[in-house]
Design a protein around this ligand. Sequence first.
Ligand SMILES: [Zn+2]
Length: 559
Amino acid sequence: MAYTALYRKWRPQTFDDVSGQDHIVRTLRNQILTDHVGHAYLFCGTRGTGKTSVAKIFARAVNCEHPNNGSPCGECPSCRKIAAGNSLNVMEIDAASNNGVDDVREIRNQVQYPPSEGRYRVYIIDEVHMLSAGAFNALLKTLEEPPSYVIFILATTEVNRIPVTILSRCQRYDFHRISVQTITNRLTELCAAEKIDAEEAALRYIARVADGSMRDALSLLDQCAAFHFDEKLTYDNVLDELGAVDNSVFTRLLDELAAGDVRACLGELDRAIVQGRELTQMITDFIWYLRSVLLMKAGGPEMADMIGISTENARIVKKQADALPENVLMRYIRVLSELLGTMRLSSQKRVLAEIAMIRLTRPEMETNPDAVLERLEKLEKQMRELPQNLSALAGGLAAGGVPSPAASGNASADTPGPAGGGAAANRPKKVLLPRAEYEDLMEVRNNWRTIQGTVRQPGRAALAGTRVDPAGNGRLNIVFRDKTHYDIVSRSRGSEEGDVLRELSASVAELYQKKMEFTAEYQSDGSDQEIEYGISDEELREKIHMDVEVEDAPEDRQK
Ligand SMILES: [Zn+2]
């Protein structure tokens, strides 16, 4: 029995079957439903995105005797005849092999006669950009005065090679690359119908390799399924079969980049080239790998499935995700994406890739205007904020030495902490902390209930409903909403047994092996402005220990 390739067998038969081109399908369907069919269409887009399939559905739909919501019924004599290839109403012409004036003249002769049956004669001209200049001119004559029963559908992957005179006479439809998710869904559907047992990660990998082309995806699936006939198609099978990149190169490369080991990175590139790897593809794959690390960082281990990596790899990726800050990963991705852009146009791919590796290991070398501007802006901001922060810090230590714009009213005067959580509580603001301090804060915040539980009563009860803010110098400030609770804790201070704040320090020291001091502060209602904490990575900020960015308008600030 002859084997039909999956992409032929699963070519969409109705508009409902078309994946990922909803914008086009909707318009065409409406034209059929309202009987407003045009006479010249131009379908553009990369290969395998459904141009020919949609053209064929459209050709059958306009001739169908009882279309079903705009789609061909597939049952009527017209539909059957076209499907069997016996109809004179649908002509498919491959312009790549019929690109001369005579070929187009023949079309012109044919269109003089109305169809003997059915309503429309549809000419689907594939790869229309291949027509010669003379052929385009001949085609233009027909497009200028098309008989009412003729429809031209021109399909092309290179719309920029179509003469403007032709473009201006066509309704143009741009077919999008199909998303990985849409392709994966389609493959899943198809595997169920074909009884192909496949892991979701395997299908997702195929979808990714297909790079927006449904046809490629189906061909790749065909290839993998044939090779692993009668066994489950696993992610690892697919990797083997598609000769996909082994992730270990990227794991190593990322480690070496992070360690700033230029020599090792260049060695990695060299090995890859010696092994015959295509550099553009390698960088593309590396960007995908970095994306996986980034996603893993954002979403945790349950992302493994979504990223489409094996459990074994997920463990490794997770480890790298934990070790690298987000902004570093983002910078890697940015630099490598730029590299891809320049590499595509250059014959010196290797040199460019090497320079990028050096750039990645030497962040201070970045000289593109964006990076310089970014650094300049940061410096300026630091300069502006420097005196403010210093005085805020000093003011806090001297208990209210500096008038703070929003301090009127809600922060209690006997605040032991410096201008930390409460001072500008009514304003939306973001506070950047040195990394260590940020991590300590998050640790305590995340385990605050547990830590409270280690304190003796009545202190434990008094701590309920409190919040922890950073107060600089490794101290944390507990913010109370309840005056009575606050009083219990503040009165306990200095008492030999039952100093709540000291107990907390001791608990944290025991639980996390960290030395932290606690202060207490009472804030009445209306001051529950959420403060966002982030990590500051500048040394300067580490020295100041506190960096308040007020994110509202400057005129507000002067009030
Ligand atoms: Zn029909």
